[in-house]
Design a protein around this ligand. Structure first.
Ligand code: BTN
Length: 257
């Protein structure tokens, strides 16, 4: 990974300042610690993580030298109730960047999984600091499996995870991919701040979820139904078997058909 080259290749606020760590607990944790006293767009990149965090308290397996583990400090001007849009925006940017680099049709599973043919190739974890119902900062954590072989994944996720290399049998330059990712993030973040509807529409175009029969597990309850839409705040609109609609802000989704 060549951090100088990344800085030179990036246009926009995100990525002007980059901290690199060979080993770290979690890039999200470090970004969170630095966020208050840093400007928007700070990027933390690690070669490996000892305590990589996934959504819903899960672990994110982060072996050295193979993949991308990166966190970005954002100070968006949007309302706290719109915070899901940060993740939605990031999924759009990542999916577009990865499609450009690999030619693979990488889709999005609500809200933020990056998927290739039913296997997870990347994930996004947004952590927020808020005060008086306002966002103070957001840490956008992105993990993407690039050059990992299937043997590099722990056995329990081997048949649900994949990487760019696994799908194309080619090695990829992580430097080039990070440049592409940061440039797409710069573009879509500025669209988010001016015209969030465009981000939502692009998400719908890239997602695999809409129209599918799904099961959604939320903290309180589980639901099954047809994923009908996402609304202007990024919440999933589920059509329940009885015909009623259910709006779900956050949860774990499985596509059933
Ligand atoms: C998910 O569960 O799908 C989200 C995974 C997010 C992983 C990334 S890797 C970089 C950043 N640091 C972390 O500890 N997690 C995120």
């Amino acid at each position: 990974m060549n951090i100088e080259k990344i800085k030179q290749g990036v246009r926009g606020n995100i990525g002007q300042e980059i901290f690199f760590y060979p080993v770290i607990d979690s890039t999200n944790t470090v970004a969170f610690e630095k966020a208050l006293n840093s400007r928007e767009g700070l990027v933390i990149i690690a070669e490996s993580q000892l305590k990589g965090k996934g959504r819903l308290g899960r672990k994110w397996v982060s072996p050295p030298g193979l993949n991308i583990y990166m966190s970005i400090v954002l100070k968006p001007l949007i309302e706290l109730t719109d915070a899901t849009l940060i993740t939605i925006m990031a999924a759009v940017a990542c999916s577009i960047a990865l499609r450009k680099i690999s030619g693979l049709e990488i889709t999005i599973k609500w809200p933020n999984d990056l998927i290739f043919q039913n296997r997870k190739i990347g994930g996004i974890l947004t952590e927020l600091k808020s005060e008086n119902k306002k966002i103070v900062f957001a840490v956008l954590g992105i993990g993407i499996n690039i050059n990992a072989d299937s043997k590099d994944f722990p056995e329990d996720i081997r048949n649900i995870a994949t990487s760019l290399k696994n799908e194309t049998k080619k090695n990829f330059s992580r430097t080039k991919i990070i440049i592409e990712l940061l440039n797409e993030l710069n573009k879509w973040y500025s669209i988010l701040n001016s015209d969030p509807k465009t981000v939502i529409n692009k998400w719908k175009e890239l997602a695999s979820t809409i129209g599918k029969k799904v099961r959604v597990e939320t903290v309180q309850e589980n639901f099954e139904g047809i994923a009908q839409d996402i609304d202007e705040k990024g919440a999933l609109i589920l059509k329940l078997p009885a015909g009623k609609q259910k709006r779900i802000i956050s949860g774990d989704l499985k596509e059933l058909s």
